[in-house]
Design a protein around this ligand. Structure first.
Ligand code: XMP
Length: 561
């Protein structure tokens, strides 16, 4: 085992391929197509006078992004990088320690991904989680074997005799979440078992060089002390100071935006959504009137949304905004289209056309601001994710005018959504805007099944208003990922007073989710559903039946389309 402080040496048995250009992502291809420069690297968007980074090496676990979020919640900057990231890139980030994520592979498979040699040679602390622990075991000379029993779900972790700073403030026995088949049969030389569960005699191991392995997942909510363990790792073992705060992020971003833009001109598409609002406000704070926002009203927004957005940005924040009411134009373009993909395409193309027309009127523009967030960056950069990256660009209707020759300005590239919200609040945006639930770029068009018409938009706007109103009154708006109405193209028979009715069926959807990749339907109280249903049928002409969607994602999606 290499000793702390000794000169790093390469050991062939530890080495894995570090070739492969991880920077070439679909995202960058899009940027290149636009004639833009390479976007500002995420690391340049970091905060703190003395940047410190925890590097999370991603072996493909479904929880990898969650590890990153937990570390950020400890006010420590981190980046999630593929296991074949070259050392030069890592070194430029001033790493303070490594976390090796879980993953679906088995270390004894022939092509199993391993940790690059530099991780051990750097003499920085390492925390392996699940598969990451097995990687450490294999690479440092221990033995991993298929477990006789798969351990999945809750287990009780009992701390052993050996004291470790990793367990400061952690109870002697506490629940943890397990999800593994393989287990540690023999620890590498120099390691001691620090904790055990009923099925895992080595549930935690560690050595004196600050290398640890956890068989369970500290990042998930089912491990209540997990965040404390991660906090102990980054503070006590890696020596981080916790200089990642949103106010330092804002200050750094303002300096950087001023430097990058200089005397140039920036345009941004404003939609009223959290990301575009925060981007615009941050850039406006940095360069004032050098920023022009273009707000295209495609007529597919919800009730009062146009007025609220416009008032916030033009009246309260004094921004330069070009407002375009293109609702008629979009409605004409959507005439006769029933297919959801064709609808999306039509809206996307029309949006770009309107945006370009308006941008041309401004004269010379140098930068296009975008609300790209860290999850998009990770998704585009991770290997084999081209398909999902494509789904994103397709999603971002308010996105990319393909023919414009502009440099991208993406000040939120290193942030998670919850961090963006904090930045928004610190910049003084109204809570209502900062906590807005996600709303799709193509708007109500994908919540109207079949052809979009003015009449249907009005019905949906009214129904949606009631859903939002009741959900807010029940104080559930923030805790739900999304809650909204859908106008189906089903009509059914009803009876109101003495009359037979033949009206539309409205569906209500409310889901809980962390990231929209998966979602569960919300168990709304019956009396709330009852109020929503009664109000919609009574107050929205043309609707005589309401149903509640009780499917999760997968197999459904959140939007109906
Ligand atoms: P689905 O329906 O695929 O939606 O489960 C996942 C999340 O993405 C949102 N969504 C969009 N967001 N432009 C956006 O900005 C879009 O075109 C779009 N389509 C879906 C959806 O509301 C949910 O939060």
């Amino acid at each position: 085992m290499v000793k702390k402080g000794s000169k790093p040496t390469l050991n062939e048995s530890h080495r894995v391929a570090t070739s492969g250009d991880i920077e070439v992502s679909t995202y960058l291809e899009i940027a290149k197509e636009m004639g833009g420069e390479q976007p500002v690297a995420a690391r340049e968007a970091r905060a703190g006078a003395e940047p410190e980074t925890i590097i999370i090496i991603d072996f493909g676990s479904q929880y990898s992004m969650l590890i990153a979020r937990r570390v950020r919640e400890c006010q420590v900057y981190c980046e999630l990088l593929p296991y074949d990231t070259p050392w030069e890139r890592i070194a430029s980030l001033n790493p303070k320690g490594f976390i090796l994520s879980g993953g679906p592979a088995s270390v004894y498979e022939p092509d199993a991904p391993l940790a690059p040699a530099y991780i051990y040679e750097s003499h920085l602390p390492v925390l392996g989680i699940c598969y990451g622990m097995q990687v450490i075991t294999k690479q440092l000379g221990g033995r991993v074997a298929p477990g006789a029993k798969h351990e999945y779900g809750h287990a009780i972790l009992h701390l052993g005799e050996v004291d470790s700073p990793l367990f400061a403030d952690v109870a002697a026995s506490s629940p943890v979440w397990m999800s593994h088949a393989d287990k540690i049969e023999e620890m590498p030389p120099g390691f001691a078992a620090l904790a055990y569960t009923e099925n895992s005699p080595v549930a935690v191991m560690g050595n004196e060089d600050g290398i640890f392995g956890l068989q369970f997942h500290p990042e998930v909510a089912h491990t209540p002390h997990g965040k404390t363990i991660l906090r102990n790792f980054v503070y006590q073992i890696c020596g981080c100071k916790g200089n990642w705060t949103m106010s330092s992020f804002i200050n750094d971003s303002i300096t950087r935006i001023r430097k990058q833009v200089n005397k140039g001109k920036v345009i941004a598409a404003l939609s009223g959504g959290v990301d575009s609002s925060v981007v615009a406000t941050l850039i406006h704070r940095a360069i004032g009137d050098q920023l022009t926002c273009i707000f295209v009203n495609h007529g597919l927004l919800r009730r009062e949304e146009v007025e609220r957005t416009f008032n916030t940005f033009r009246l309260n924040l004094g921004m330069n905004i070009i407002y375009v009411d293109a609702s008629e134009r979009f409605l004409n373009r959507l005439k006769g289209i029933r297919d959801p993909e064709k609808k999306r395409k039509a809206i996307g193309e029309e949006f770009i056309r309107v945006f370009e027309e308006e941008a041309k009127k401004i004269g010379k523009v140098d930068f296009l601001a975008q609300g790209t967030l860290y999850p998009d960056v990770i998704e585009s950069a991770s290997s084999g994710s081209k398909a999902s990256a494509k789904i994103k660009t397709h999603h971002n209707v308010g996105g990319l005018p393909a023919k414009m020759r502009l440099t991208l300005l993406e000040p939120l590239r290193s942030l998670f959504k919850d961090e963006v919200r904090q930045v928004g609040l610190e910049l003084g945006l109204p809570e209502e805007m900062v906590w807005r639930q996600p709303f799709p770029g193509p708007g109500l068009a994908i919540r109207i099944i079949g052809e979009v018409t003015g009449e249907k938009l009005e019905i949906l706007r009214n129904a949606d208003w009631i859903v939002m109103n009741e959900i807010k009154k029940a104080k559930l708006y923030r805790q739900l990922w999304q809650s909204f109405a859908i106008l189906t193209d089903v009509k059914s028979v009803g009876v109101m007073g003495d009359y037979r009715t033949y009206g539309y069926l409205v569906a209500v959807r409310a889901v809980n989710s962390d990231d929209a990749m998966t979602a569960d339907w919300a168990r709304l109280p019956y009396d709330l559903l009852n109020r929503i249903s009664n109000r919609i049928v009574n107050e929205v002409p043309g609707v005589n039946r309401v149903v509640y969607d009780i499917t999760s994602k997968p197999p459904s999606t959140i939007e109906w389309e």
